[in-house]
Design a protein around this ligand. Structure first.
Ligand SMILES: Nc1ncnc2c1ncn2[C@@H]1O[C@H](COP(=O)(O)OP(=O)(O)OP(=O)(O)O)[C@@H](O)[C@H]1O
Length: 470
């Protein structure tokens, strides 16, 4: 501080120079333009400078790349303690602005290295690095909270499954949209989560929307969000849509074939432009979202009949993965039962049940319209119906398994043969009635018992003319 109270001046610190020259691991002076006007011999050695005169007059930032001296000169504020990296070494430095004794204007700055050996602080720095690592792991886990499955969870080793997994790995390494085609319960969501988790986007959110489960009039808000007060009764706050929630990550569009035409156009725009417009706002928001779409419907046929936009179809159908139904890979039934029984035990805390080879063989006679979801359902019901069951064998299965799966039926006399479609429709009709009876008419429960989504149950009730109330 000088006599006028303006702050530290060059004159005031000049007597310190011989001391700094001898004892500081580094000391420098810069002028009001942040050019180097003095540097001590130690600092020159540290920076590998043979001739100090070669750097005098040069902008300090060119000589010491990580220095914050220009900031001190600009702001007039000191940086009393800072850690600066120089050629892989951590240096503890102090930087002080210098003032003109008459005007008080900042006319330069002085800096010195307080500490050039952080070795004694190694344990502290190690702890800091570990905490940083733990934080990164926790952040990753948090970001993955939406995705529970890895590719290893897609169980099976039959050729079609190996091909599915090969394509899923390919998809994880790319950023293109993925289209998953397959019947209900075949593991499309498991795959979508696994692809996301293995992709560079895995640290960002995985957001899933089941298009069939959201009422049509709410879909737009669900996808693109709502501006505050967009319509009477709308929330005062902004409601983010799934696109914004998935920003940086993956949006899984389940049952994309159920998307109404008006929304198909908006979805296409969002995918093409990477922009969304929340309902009731004139503002366009940029989003960076990778889309994985799935459907159990025949999208190509829908395009042909005009109920699904062809441009959207081509946009989604870049990397297509056909997920096989369970009946096409019955060889995987044993390992699937093993895995599912393990999962049931882990979730319920009950001891793990085993299954006999005979029981698996019996399961192989069933057609599995509800696929793996239905298989899990049958195993859960078997365990629920047979108390303290530790081994599932044929008698235990009989109670839970649909009749069609229980034993080869007696040969049908040729006279009673009918078209296969009629026989299948009859069987489905009777399964629907049984499920509705068993659930006292509760359709959600009936759908669960049958291992099919509620939307499929409704479809079938309508198509097969089953009156749920009779
Ligand atoms: N290959 C697999 N290995 C182990 N479990 C699986 C596999 N595929 C599916 N599952 C299990 O089956 C159930 C249904 O899977 P998922 O929800 O992924 O099917 P989906 O095809 O998306 O069905 P939907 O079209 O009805 O939404 C889940 O409980 C899942 O854990």
């Amino acid at each position: 501080m000088d006599a006028n109270g303006h702050g530290l001046t060059l004159e005031a610190i000049r007597p310190l120079f011989p001391l700094l020259e001898r004892n500081s691991a580094g000391a420098i002076l810069v002028d009001e333009a942040s050019r180097l006007i003095w540097i001590n011999a130690c600092y020159c050695r540290l920076l590998g400078i043979d001739d100090p005169t070669s750097v005098i007059g040069r902008p300090v930032i060119e000589v010491i790349p990580h220095t914050r001296m220009p900031e001190v000169v600009r702001s007039g504020r000191p940086i009393l303690l800072d850690i600066m990296e120089n050629q892989g070494r951590q240096l503890v430095v102090t930087r002080l602005p210098l003032h003109d004794p008459t005007s008080g204007r900042v006319n330069g700055a002085v800096a010195f290295i307080v500490f050039d050996d952080l070795e004694p602080l190694a344990p502290l720095i190690g702890k800091y690095r570990r905490l940083q690592h733990d934080l990164a792991v926790a952040r990753r886990a948090l970001a993955r909270r939406g995705s529970r499955y890895e590719l290893a969870d897609f169980v099976g080793a039959s050729p079609t499954v190996l091909e599915v997994k090969r394509r899923a790995r390919l998809a994880a390494g790319r950023t293109t949209p993925v289209l998953l085609l397959g019947e209900t319960g075949t593991g499309k969501e498991v795959l979508a989560q696994a692809i996301h988790g293995d992709s560079p986007r895995g640290v960002h959110p995985f957001v899933a929307v089941n298009v069939a489960a959201v009422p049509e009039n709410l879909l737009e808000a669900e996808f693109f969000g709502v501006a505050p007060g967009a319509y009477t009764g709308a929330d005062k706050r902004t409601r983010q849509g799934k696109f914004q929630l998935a920003d940086g990550g993956t949006l899984f569009l389940d049952e994309v074939g159920d998307m109404p035409p008006a929304l198909q156009a908006k979805l296409l725009r969002a995918l093409q432009e990477g922009e969304v417009e929340p309902l009731g706002s004139n503002e366009i928001k940029r989003v960076d979202v990778r889309v994985i779409a799935a459907t159990s419907r025949d999208l190509e046929a829908m395009v042909a009949e005009g109920s699904f936009r062809s441009d959207l179809y081509y946009r989604l159908n870049v990397l297509r993965i056909q997920v096989p139904p369970l009946r096409a890979r019955l060889a995987d039934l044993g390992i699937l039962c093993e895995t599912i029984l393990g999962r049931i035990a882990a979730e319920s805390g009950e001891p793990r049940a085993e299954i006999t080879a005979e029981a698996v063989a019996m399961l192989q006679q069933h057609d599995w319209p509800g696929n793996i979801r239905e298989l899990r359902n049958v195993l859960e019901q078997t365990l629920a119906l047979s108390e303290a069951c530790s081994v599932i064998d044929i008698p235990e299965l009989r109670a839970a398994l649909p009749l069609s799966a229980q034993a080869p039926q007696a040969t049908t006399p040729a006279s009673s043969l009918r078209p296969l479609a009629d026989i299948v429709a009859d069987a489905e009709r009777s399964a629907l009635r049984d499920a509705l009876d068993a659930s006292s008419g509760n359709k959600s429960r009936a759908a669960r018992l049958l291992g099919i989504p509620r939307s499929v149950l409704y479809d079938k009730l309508a198509k097969l003319s089953v009156n749920p109330d009779t």
